[in-house]
Write a protein that binds this ligand. Structure first.
Ligand SMILES: NC(=O)c1ccc[n+]([C@@H]2O[C@H](COP(=O)([O-])OP(=O)(O)OC[C@H]3O[C@@H](n4cnc5c(N)ncnc54)[C@H](OP(=O)(O)O)[C@@H]3O)[C@@H](O)[C@H]2O)c1
Length: 341
């Protein structure tokens, strides 16, 4: 699908997005994940936690929740057993900070060293920032957390997913491939992405404080990067071999803690009209378990066209430039990416 020269993008008007929000409905995907292991970044809050509940209700044998705050994860683990009293599986906590490449690397090494299988990676953790701020690695925070570090983590975990593909397939979900799901958003349709016209380095332009427009544009742009990441991973041998699949996914507008930077009034209005996280996270369960086409974008529990920009010639060029520059960074901070890329 991604490689087709006839791919049509979609231009989503704000009015249509609002209409779809108020009329959109889709059931909870029915799947039995007995024998499967699922990893959810940001699984201690919001949509990540709602996904953990979906995986628990779907009998996943093991769920790994990863975020910065181990104490907060422990509290949510206890909550999962209260929210889904029938759940008999195991839930583990792991620490990762996506604003540090070193942390991502150490985290991925621990996941790989774990003797168990890894069937699903839900790359859910993401942020929105009102102001330009840099990480210790020298990148603008949203660019690093939602873009560079999420891509690095996905690439570093691919071999573990590929390894899992050759392990015995659990009876209850025969045919289900290991998968990576990158959490994007329908706001990727609204990104202006002026840095696409940079004559020099794209990542340098994205990292330039004078090119940080505002909170919304930065966030919308970062969700274009989420779509790019899934589409580029779909070209890697682990996926083209048919062993692993990868998607990007839109949950829809859902209740969340991450609107704090919008100010209390706007955050309250957004959360008032938003879907429950349970509803939005159905999309994550769907994208991660239904063998969706590699590189596809999932919204409303089905494959949907990406934005007109992403599908355009310029969009493809920008995607390839972003990926090439990301790989150059990863090769420096995590040389083991050479084994995958
Ligand atoms: N809510 C919506 O309407 C909506 C719509 C479209 C897309 N999305 C996307 O859905 C995802 C989840 O959003 P949400 O609304 O559930 O957000 P949220 O409630 O703010 O949760 C964010 C999660 O990410 C973790 N996190 C934040 N920074 C991190 C870092 N540097 N390293 C590792 N983990 C980090 C947090 O845990 P710790 O604080 O413990 O690290 C938390 O568990 C995001 O990617 C967001 O962009 C949300």
């Amino acid at each position: 699908m991604v490689e087709s020269s006839y791919e049509q993008g979609l231009t989503l008007s704000p009015l249509k997005a609002i209409w779809e929000h108020f009329t959109g409905n889709f059931p909870v995907p029915q799947v039995n994940l007995e024998g499967r292991t699922v990893l959810v970044t940001g699984g201690n809050a919001g949509l990540g936690y709602a996904s953990v509940l979906h995986y628990a209700r779907s009998n996943a044998s093991r769920i790994i929740i990863a975020s910065r705050d181990l104490k907060r994860i422990q509290t949510s683990i206890e909550q999962v057993y209260r929210d889904v009293p029938t759940y008999k599986g195991k839930i583990d906590a792991m620490q990762v900070d996506l604003s540090s490449f070193d942390s991502v690397r150490t985290f991925c090494e621990s996941v790989k060293a774990d003797s168990g299988r890894l069937d699903i990676v839900l790359a859910n953790a993401g942020i929105m920032n009102a102001k330009y701020a840099q990480t210790g690695d020298g990148y603008e925070r949203v660019l690093q957390v939602n873009g560079l570090a999420t891509g690095l983590m996905a690439v570093l975990l691919l071999p573990k997913l590929e390894e899992t593909a050759s392990l015995p397939v659990p009876e209850a979900s025969k045919g289900m491939k290991p998968s990576i799901t990158i959490v994007a958003s329908d706001v990727h349709y609204f990104a202006i992405f002026p840095q696409k016209n940079a004559t020099g380095s794209l990542i340098e332009a994205l990292n330039d404080p004078t090119q940080f427009e505002n909170m919304s544009e930065r966030y919308n742009m970062s969700k274009v990067l989420s779509v790019f990441i899934a589409r580029e991973i779909s070209k890697l041998p682990s996926v083209t071999s048919g062993k692993v699949t990868v998607t990007s996914v839109n949950p829809g507008l859902c209740k969340s803690e991450f609107r704090a930077d919008m100010g209390p009034v706007l955050a309250k209005i957004m959360n008032w009209i938003a879907w429950t996280s349970e509803k939005g996270a159905r999309n994550f369960l769907y994208a991660s378990t239904q063998n969706c086409s590699p590189g596809s974008y999932i919204s409303g529990c089905r494959e949907q066209p990406v934005s007109t920009f992403v599908a355009s010639h310029k969009g493809r060029e920008t995607q390839e430039k972003y990926w090439k520059e990301s790989m150059d960074i990863w090769r420096k901070v995590a040389p083991e990416t050479n084994d995958v890329l």
